[in-house]
Design a protein around this ligand. Sequence first.
Ligand SMILES: [Zn+2]
Length: 210
Amino acid sequence: MEELKGIHIIDNSEKKDHGMECWALDCREGVVLVDGGMTPPHVDNIAAELKSMKKGWGDVKLILVTHKHGDHTKNLSKLKELTGAPIKAHKLEAPLIQKAGGVKVEGLEDGEVIPFCGGIEVIWVPGHSEGNASYYLRKQKTIIAGDTIFGDPEGNLMAPPEKYCLDAKQAAKEMDRLLKYDFDNLLYTHGKDIIGGAKAKVKDLVDRTR
Ligand SMILES: [Zn+2]
């Protein structure tokens, strides 16, 4: 589904309640996938979304990964095979994903700007995992947060739950890194995305969590 211009949300959850998302960005430079789901049906979901964009696997030029957890990475070797596209993640996470998935993953620097879709900036937010990252789409004033922030099917935001985190305290404390950016929309993996007014909601979450 094209939720924002050029930003396609793929809802891999069985209930279609935004319980597990990944994304396809329709950039002038080519399609960028952000995360890749976990199971073969998720690959089918991505294929269907590409088709709705009138694109195919060969149009995918880059795969960005938010972090190493299986629900974001288990399809990476399959996606590499289908697209041939480079796979990139924050430099602390890249070797961990590479080791778990047996597929080459290149490292990104915190603050690095990827030259797709008018600039995609890497935001390193450690805590959920070592090299957990969010991605800021400058032109669309949108943050793809991955698991930096969690939520529910109504879009109520929360810090990443402790049971899923390397260091939940750090994960909660570092959420404020997102507030350095000028953004209206927040897309994240587990919960209903916030379209419009997202920065105020993240600020509220950060204030509540302190
Ligand atoms: Zn995770």
